[in-house]
Design a protein around this ligand. Structure first.
Ligand code: ADQ
Length: 474
């Protein structure tokens, strides 16, 4: 059966919903974010199903809310409830304190706890049970991200033989790093139960293939293609590909041109009194390199005193994983560094770093992108980094400069026309900032037009199509 004739079942840690309360009435609506934008139309077209953790306790009447959502959005939802202890061990403990730092090459943040691993397995089994309970013969089941790596293997154990795809949104570590994980073989073997495993970049895909060849006996590489590698595992063929995720370019471009966003961008810039605005937008996360970014900005002000008073770093951080101690410490560290730099260089009429800790709504987010002459996207490691792509799609006047970390997956596609930096190299980042601030309008335009073209061609809809057609094709 052709993949396009199959019903799509998406499985992710969180359901793509926002549950709220309007006076004494519960409400439900679609969540925001790239994955929802990309997959919701496909789910709708195929009367699909999305399975995940609703992210709320027992308060809201889920059956009723899901019925409303299904009628309005055209696809169904199914919930995997988690107890507080499971959430703590599976989500915070194993997913975010073992896999997340390890896969981002940050071994120092890892904590490997057997009980957390066991709960991770249990919760993955629970997800698989819900999927198996809902599954039909004509399904294509697409599982997302590091929290759910073992679901496919559990489904196979339960006897399901529908096509199973898995996409990893974060980087995949080198074999050397992967060896540090006490359960590395279990993890690799489970991943090999999928029919197609998708990564963000060629490097992640290569790391996975090399990890498998180093750690799992009796697996052969059948063919290495440009888009995917075919591996032979116990009589089955598994495809391992790379599919750089993207955004809905048209949506960002159109909204960025709207009067609402233009006005908001103008006000934002007016408030910063005509200075060049350097923008950082991130979830609170130690992988995003925010402290290093502050220090590189400080280095810029030291090294290029002519930029003082003429440049402002606007850093917006959205709260995230606030239960994890490393994230609480990071928040304190940021407050401290920003305060120190502002005290060192600030003047009554100029604050070097404007640092805000909140989530921006769409209009404000795009206004920030439009108002910023320079985007400073400098993660220490990142699967892709959508902020870099959103900035380009929103730069409708094609006058922004993107400074991008060479360790973001996005560097593969955008590196040629962005200014690439090593975020650990404060001097080089300071030099790139200076160069961006002095870049002639013509060069800004030439680079940004090419960047926008790249994001427009490889948008998120193409990402979905290319994953599905690889699963289907030879
Ligand atoms: P994330 O680590 O969450 O995603 P990223 O790709 O940068 O990282 O996406 C963050 C999203 O949050 C963006 O859409 C951005 O607009 C939004 N955002 C950030 N700060 C915000 C703020 N203050 N207010 C409002 N919105 C804000 C993971 C991987 C990435 C990979 C994506 C998709 O870690 O590498 O690109 O999945 O696969």
């Amino acid at each position: 059966m052709n993949i396009n004739e199959r019903r799509l079942v998406v499985v992710s840690n969180r359901l793509p919903i926002v549950i709220g309360q309007d006076e004494d009435r519960w409400t439900i609506g679609p969540g925001s974010g790239g994955l929802v934008t990309a997959l919701a139309p496909v789910c709708r077209a195929r009367h699909g199903l999305w399975i995940g953790w609703p992210g709320c306790g027992e308060g809201p009447p889920l059956d009723e809310l899901f019925a409303t959502f299904g009628a309005e959005q055209g696809y169904r939802l199914s919930a995997v409830p988690l107890s507080e202890e499971e959430e703590d061990r599976y989500y915070r403990g194993f997913s975010n304190e073992a896999l997340w730092p390890l896969f981002h090459d940050l071994l120092g943040h890892c904590s490997f706890v057997r009980e957390n691993w066991e709960t991770y397995l249990e919760v993955n089994r629970r997800f698989a049970q819900v999927v198996a309970g809902e599954a039909q013969d004509n399904d294509f089941i697409w599982i997302h991200d590091y929290q759910l790596s073992m679901v496919g293997a559990q489904l196979r154990q339960m006897g399901l033989d529908q096509p199973l795809g898995f996409f990893l949104h974060i980087p995949f570590p080198s074999p050397d790093l992967l060896r540090r994980l006490p359960w590395n073989r279990e993890l690799l073997k489970a991943l090999l139960q999928y029919d197609l495993i998708g990564f963000q970049t060629v490097r992640d895909r290569r790391n996975f293939v090399n990890g498998v060849l180093a750690l799992i006996p009796d697996v052969q590489v059948e063919r290495r293609g440009r888009q995917h590698t075919r591996m032979r595992v116990g009589g089955r063929t598994v495809k391992v590909g790379h599919f750089p995720i993207s955004i809905d370019f048209a949506e960002f471009n159109d909204l960025a041109k709207s009067e609402e966003v233009s006005d908001a961008a103008w006000y934002l810039h007016e408030n910063l009194e005509g200075r060049q605005v350097v923008l950082g937008v991130d979830r609170l996360d130690y992988t995003k390199g925010i402290p290093q970014r502050f220090l590189a900005f400080e280095r810029t002000l030291e090294k290029y005193p002519e930029l003082r008073r003429n440049i402002t770093l606007l850093q917006v951080v959205v709260p995230s994983r606030t239960q994890v101690p490393d994230y609480q410490n990071l928040k304190e560290l940021l407050d401290q560094i920003a305060g120190r730099i502002n005290a060192r260089f600030g003047e009554p009429a100029w604050i070097p770093i404007h640092y805000v800790f909140r989530c921006l709504d769409r209009v404000q987010l795009l206004a920030h992108y439009r108002a910023a002459e320079i985007a400073l996207v400098t993660p220490l490691r990142d699967g892709m980094n959508l902020v870099a792509k959103e900035y380009c799609a929103s730069s409708v006047e094609a006058n922004g400069v993107l400074i991008l970390s060479e360790f973001a997956g996005a560097a593969d596609q955008l590196g040629k026309n962005a200014l690439l930096v090593n975020p650990y190299d404060l001097d080089a980042t300071a030099d790139a900032l200076f160069r961006a601030s002095q870049m002639p309008a013509e060069e800004r335009r030439r680079r940004m037009v090419l960047l926008r073209g790249q994001v427009r061609r490889y948008d998120v809809h193409r990402w979905v199509r290319s994953f599905m057609s690889t699963l289907d094709g030879g």
